[in-house]
Design a protein around this ligand. Structure first.
Ligand code: FA5
Length: 339
């Protein structure tokens, strides 16, 4: 029985068949159990011999089933390992790393410049009160200067801010001058009912700046803006101040940066003049200080509002502002952040 079945056990090819054979040979209805059960009919002196013999066969069969089981399990594991072999020398799939939006990069750069000069960064709401967007900035109701910025109104009190200048008014109201001068910037989104074209978007960005102390002059403003332009665009950039008008500054200027992407006067971004306008600025109007409860006889300073969209266009030679807002990966992925 043993020899006959040992060959069979060795030839079995899978664990199910092996289990079935185990039940057939060693189970309740198997030949060994039958022999052991029949022992009660044997002579008392025969019983130990037959019992020992039957048990030996049982043990041997069990051992060879166990051995086969081990071999079959090992074969399953070996097959799995062979199928799952990993070739570590194959080239990997490149992981495409994301990068901050080009406008976020330029705004970070501008923020870093001002933080390095001791400015604090202050946030303001995008849904703003008419009171802060206009009234506190020396633009009363029905003032013609309201037309300078065509505004999205939510109701007669609330609007989508058309400039970052309301953050000036909010900050002036709460700043404690007994603790020191005020130097702040406020970056963020602004909204205007402008018709979109290559250099105008109905939603764009501004970075507001405000410095108030006892002896601030126009020369401080010019020096600050020149240092900024050279930080962002390179040491050989020039700036040009043109007289302008804003109700909240007096005198007011518009500031142009010299073009460098297009041989002086030769390109559309620079309106064929060799200069591009990037910001508005001026010395803070005494009415703005007074409205915020600051003594305009003692304190004064400068403010500016710059357009990072225009900064990015100039820096990277982008000829259409709408590219920033269309989410086209082919455009955006050109601006991988360094480092
Ligand atoms: C203002 O918004 C003033 N609040 C700036 C200011 C602040 C003046 C503090 C004085 C003191 P202006 O409307 O010119 O000014 O806009 C400022 C800058 O925002 C512009 O120089 C330009 O760079 C950018 N800008 C204006 N309109 C758009 C637009 N539709 N799309 C993209 N950029 C724009």
């Amino acid at each position: 029985l043993f020899e006959q079945n040992q060959a069979k056990i060795k030839s079995l090819k899978d664990l199910d068949q092996l289990n079935q054979t185990r039940v057939e040979l060693l189970g309740k209805k198997g030949p060994i159990t039958e022999v052991l059960r029949g022992m009660k009919d044997l002579d008392a002196n025969e019983r130990p011999k037959v019992g020992a013999f039957a048990n030996k066969i049982k043990d041997d069969l069990q051992a060879s089933i166990q051995e086969r089981k081990h071999d079959l399990e090992q074969a399953v594991i070996n097959q799995k390992l062979a199928e799952e072999t990993l070739d570590v020398t194959l080239p990997g799939d490149a992981v495409v790393a994301g990068t901050p939006h080009i406008l976020a990069q330029i705004m970070d750069d501008i923020e870093e410049f001002f933080i390095g000069q001791g400015y604090q960064v202050i946030d303001g709401p995008e849904v703003e009160e008419d009171h802060y967007n206009f009234e506190m900035l020396n633009i009363p109701k029905n003032h013609p200067a309201r037309d300078m910025q065509d505004t999205f109104y939510i109701d007669d009190q609330l609007l989508m801010r058309s400039q970052t200048s309301p953050v000036q008014a909010r900050t002036l109201e709460v700043h404690d001058f007994s603790k020191g001068p005020l130097k702040m910037i406020s970056p963020g989104r602004v909204y205007r009912r402008d018709t979109d074209d290559a250099t105008h978007s109905h939603q764009f960005h501004q970075v507001e700046g405000l410095v108030i102390d006892k002896h601030i002059t126009m020369a401080d403003l010019k020096g600050t803006l020149l240092a900024l332009a050279q930080h962002v665009f390179g040491a050989d950039r020039k700036i040009r101040l043109r007289p302008s008008f804003f109700p909240f500054t007096e005198p007011s200027v518009e500031v142009d940066v010299s073009c460098f992407r297009c041989n002086g006067a030769g390109c559309a971004i620079c309106k064929y003049s060799g200069w591009i306008e990037v910001l508005g600025a001026g010395m803070v109007h005494p009415n703005v200080l007074t409205a915020a409860g600051v003594d305009a006889h003692v304190y004064g300073g400068f403010a500016f509002g710059l357009g990072p969209d225009r900064f990015a266009m100039l820096k990277y030679g982008i000829d259409d502002i709408r590219s920033f807002y269309q989410g086209d990966q082919r455009f955006l992925s050109q601006f991988q952040q360094e480092g």
